[in-house]
Design a protein around this ligand. Sequence first.
Ligand code: URA
Length: 234
Amino acid sequence: MERLDKIVAVATGESRKIARGMILRGRITVDGVRIVDIGFKADAGSSVIALDGNNITYKKYIYVMINKPEGVLSASEDKSRETVVDLVKRHFNRDGLFPVGRLDKNTTGLLIVTDDGDFGHKVISPKSYIEKEYIVGLDKPISNEDILKLEAGVTLVDGTVLRPAQVNVLENRQNISVVITEGKYHEIKRMLGTVGIGVETLKRVRIGKLMLDPSLLTGECREMSDEELSLVVK
Ligand code: URA
């Protein structure tokens, strides 16, 4: 059972205050009965809730794909800097949103923002072996020998052992794609650092089998379909 004002706010994308106004004005019915008590609790899974006679659907969790721009933090909130959750909240006003994993401030591309903690854990857990693919712009060309090293799995200076990565040269040896399955801190940058190469640009384009929607402009976000979710985790 959850408070009706919360259900209405989440289902309509409006604030709790506006949802309470809708209830007080008699615009909300639960199973056909008009409810004007803002403390009323309902079971959104089994009750039919309507606004002005039109059924509204309440989803327990929301999953949003965002094309992260440079300069925005992968965090839920920050005192002074803009976060990916700030961007998502402009379109989907829900509590408890967080980014699934972190991209560095200057990394762009595919990020999922959700309020489903179990899903988030599954996606970032190294035990899930979910692939994450990045397009990487390098400060110098990469040799075949270096690629073989990264594909064998390298050890960082602090002793961290990285799993083997898949590396492919794209249009030239300064533009490559790298696929990893863990997501350790600054993994791609530190991995390339072991062969003396710096990362100039980094963009994530895939998580599991889910590709970044090419029609999503930088900074844009949209809700994901059930089918897209199943491309991330089975
Ligand atoms: N690896 C990095 O170094 N940075 C990222 O943002 C993601 C992966």
